[in-house]
Write a protein that binds this ligand. Structure first.
Ligand code: GLN
Length: 234
């Protein structure tokens, strides 16, 4: 397994935001979900004990960059800006940015958000790709404003109470949130397709190599797909 050091000796510390079902969420006082199980499988391969640190999504990259956690695993999309801060492992899943609206919404497709006279209030989770897209493509173009929440579920509540006109968020949490709140639906048209990967420090190449190799093996032997299939039925 090579010689690597971790943030805490003998442990693999995972930074996440446990409000992103089915990738990470709290159930019975425990953080569970696809990413938690993937991290557990990586930790086992490396002979480490898994520790999960729950934080704002916004803080994960800094925490990993500063070496306070070993991996950021949070349904995190690989983006060029983030790649300047951290290294990403191989991708283990695909995410799709979708738009949630109320069932009676006048927004019927993603294109409506970019229309010449559009002026919607768009709810997002702060510093996620949904926030970045809405800010760059819509708010900066004068076609609406972005309302940023620390949790996706709070943005969805704001939609329910009419404070925002739609929510842009990843498809799997979107499904989970819509299932829990009456009167909402997900538009058929997709906003963007993205790759999820684990974020790691650029300063610890030996650990990066060990984790990335372990993850690639877990992809190759079907373990990752098995974990995903437990939570997501196609
Ligand atoms: N995939 C999105 C991103 O990386 C959202 C991730 C999240 O909210 N946990 O920005």
């Amino acid at each position: 397994n090579g010689d690597f050091t971790t943030a805490v000796a003998g442990k693999l510390t995972m930074a996440t935001n446990a409000a992103f079902p089915p990738y990470e969420y709290v159930e019975g006082g425990q953080i569970t979900g696809i990413d938690a199980e993937i991290a557990a499988a990586i930790a086992e391969k490396l002979g480490l004990e898994l520790q999960i640190d729950d934080m704002e999504f916004d803080s994960i990259t800094e925490t990993v960059k500063g070496g306070k956690a070993d991996i950021g695993l949070a349904g995190m999309t690989v983006t060029p800006d983030r790649q300047e801060e951290v290294d990403f492992t191989v991708s283990y899943a695909t995410g799709i940015q979708v738009v949630i609206v109320t069932e009676d919404s006048t927004i019927t497709s993603v294109d409506d958000l970019f229309a010449d006279n559009a002026s919607h209030v768009i709810g997002v989770q702060r510093n996620t790709t949904g926030d970045i897209f809405a800010t760059d493509d819509i708010e900066s173009e004068g076609k609406g404003t972005v309302d940023r929440y620390s949790k996706g579920a709070d943005a969805v509540q704001a939609l329910k109470t009419g404070k925002v006109d739609c929510v842009i968020i990843d498809n799997e949490p979107a499904k989970a949130f819509v299932a829990e709140v009456e009167g909402l639906k997900i538009l058929d048209t997709e906003y963007a397709v993205e790759d999820y990967a684990a974020a790691m420090s650029k300063e610890n190449p030996a650990l990066y190599e060990a984790v990335n190799t372990a993850l690639q093996e877990l992809i190759d032997d079907g373990t990752i797909q098995g974990i995903i299939d437990k939570y997501i039925n196609a």
